[in-house]
Each structure stands twice: as C-alpha cells, then as structure tokens.
Design a protein around this ligand. Sequence first.
Ligand code: PMP
Length: 426
Amino acid sequence: PFEEVMRLRQEHLTPALLTYYEKPVMLVEGKMQYLFDEKGRRYLDGFGGIVTVSCGHSHPGILAAAHDQLDTLVHATTIYPNQEVAFYGKALADKMPGDLSVCYFVNSGSEANDLALLMARLHTGNYDLIALRNCYHGGSQSTMGMTAHGTWKFNTPQGFGIHHALNPDPYRGPFAGHDDPATAYANDVKELIQFATPGRIAGYIAESIQGVGGAVVFPEGYLAKTYDIVRAHGGLCIADEVQAGFGRTGSHYWGFESEGVQPDIVVMAKGIGNGFPLAAVVTTPEIAASLTSHIHFNTYGGNPLASRIGRAVIEAIDNDGLQANSAQVGSHLKDKLIGLADKHSLIGQVRGKGLMLGIDLVTDRTTKAPATAECAAVWNKAKDLGLLVGKGGLAGNVIRLKPPMCLTMEDADFMVAVLDEALTQI
Ligand code: PMP
C-alpha cells in the first residue's frame, strides 16, 4: 500500500505537507520508544513525533484510561460540568509552581499561544509583544507573527504589534563570546521596548529551550534579567513550554524552572497528550480574572476524553519515573555525543538538557558555517540504519534528538552508534 498511500497523499492532501526523508518511511505501529513500518521493520523513535510522544507510543496506562473514557463519555463540551476536566485541571495545577493555578484547555500549541497573547493584552491593556528571533510559536495568523523563521514568513500580515529581540544563542548569536551575554541580550529587549513600542508592553514570550530553532539553551541568567525588564515595562512573562515541559529537560518538570524564573502565563501542548491533540494555558487567578466567560470559548478544549488522557499522561510521567529517566539517560546520551565530536569534525556543538538535545553540524568549526547538506545526509542515513531523528535550526543543520522519555541506556547507545556510523559514512 506504500505507493497507493503516497499517490493519495499527493492527490488529496495539502501540497504544503512536509514529508520527511528522500525515501519516506510509512509508519503503521508504535510501541513505547519503537516504531514499525509496513514491512515490519523496527525503528528507534528519536524524535517522538516532534517531541509529542512523551511517555511512549501506545503506553498501556494511557491507553487503558482512554479506552475506559471512550466507553463512558467522549464529548459534551464544558457548558456542562463533568468530573474529568475538573480532576484534570486540579492535577495539572498541582504540577505548577507558585500561584499558576487556573487552566484553559485547547487543542494545539498555536491555539494556546494565541490565547496567551489575548490574555496578556486584556490583562495589561497594552498591545505590543516581544518574541525572539529563531523562535517557533505556531501556525495560526498571530502565532506565525510571533514565529521568527523565514520558512513561515509570507507576503501577508501575520500578527500585529509583535517585535523580535536578538536571539540569546550562546553559540551562534551576535554576543557569542561576550563576557556577560545574559545582560547583553536582556538589554536588547530593553532597547527594543524603547525603540519599537510606546514603552509599555503586553508581554514577552520565549521557549525555555528553543525547539524548532535547534535546541538552543539561553545564557544563564538571561531569562531572569529579561523578566525583570519586561515587568518594569508593564508586561507579562509567557513561557512556551510546548517542547521543554513535562519533565523532558530532566532536572525540572518545567523548562523555565532551571532558569529560576516564575512566568505569569505558561503555554503547553505536544507532550501534554502523548500524541492526543490537547493543549493548555495556565495562569494566575488574577490574570484569569481578565478573561472570563464568553471571551474564551473552545468546543473541544477540556472534553472528557482529552482530560482523562491528559491526567493519565501526568500519572505515567510520575509512575514511570520519566523525568528522572530523562535526566539520567539524557546526560549519558549527551556525554557520548560530546565524545563523538573528537572523531567527527562536522560536530560543531552538542547542546540541550535531558532528552531535548541538538547536534549543530558545521563545515568549519571556526566559522561555524552550517553543514546543511551534510545534516540532511546524516538524517537520511540514520533512518536507513533504524533511527528516526529530527532536523532543525534556521539553516537545517541541527540534528534534533527528542525521543519518548522511556528511552533506555541501551537505546541511547544505539543512537550514538547509528549517528557515529552515519557521520562516518558521509
Ligand atoms: N510552540 C512551540 C515551541 C512549538 O514547537 C510548536 C509546534 N512545533 C507550537 C508552539 C505550535 O504547536 P501546534 O503545532 O500544536 O499548533
């Protein structure tokens, strides 16, 4: 059926679809960290369906909860009280630090970021939003406006009042090698506010670790300094945890926690549902009071099935010790990848935290010229050797490793062996 599927895909699905690999792989089944194609060939899933399958494909506990809820009640909308969304709201709020205790449920990261922007504007009465260059926040009109990556820019208005500060990338950013990059980049946010806005802003949004942008981790202290500047100009601080949340970074449940900051609004999607379409915005009671009934309505958001699955995901992360596993296996994997750099001069930098890692490939370590073609070759070759990985960064030269968090040490060793072999072959 492979040829038939490809033909139907070409005839009836959007021509905008991005299809991975020179020879695409048709997946028919998933079991925890493994995927199987139509010929029964097994792949280690090093990308988790773009950082979405957090606990594992067909995770038994999550499946059992979903089956039970399918048999009971799938949907009625939140206009009728139902225990599932109430229990889920409590379970999610219990995972949040400080007074982040009010949940809004939606279906995708784009919707969630749209809502976060609306919240910040309504609460502050200000309009302008600061985002970062190299970020990805979604595919709706306003979130495409937030996203700063040429691939998603078109000759049509995409969001208004959105400004992009310099990307605090310690490796490739303009202040790479600066003796205090955190302050230098935070000052750029201050200047942007002064030059591009009336001096009062609605908010500032950043991923805790940039995902699509290529696993970029900001200089230590940058977010804390920037949050102070944003708040001094009346803005709310929005953390986009769509990729870095739910224990993936290993050291903390939320990516922002390792930066020692407390956001006003947290946006989550992807890993929140282990593959089921689910997303949320969590904020404080004070901010939530600016966005009361009728301003926000979402037909599917918080339906009983989504809520039950969302709660089962939280339980699976806790019961299976997935955050600790991300820390342990992630640090083993990162060490081994750093070791590979001794052998392969294509590796410019290995970065990231927990099981959210990136390998920045360069043709020259001094100029850091992106090795885009070589990255594509490694990524294709890894697939042929049984490992699926992602590709990202502005120049498409970063291998992205974001497997389900149930990855074992043996799986990590297999990943390293495959990448070693792929790098050697190309
Ligand atoms: N924020 C981040 C950090 C993302 O990586 C993405 C998706 N790649 C989104 C938001 C948008 O999520 P969705 O595709 O579910 O709309």
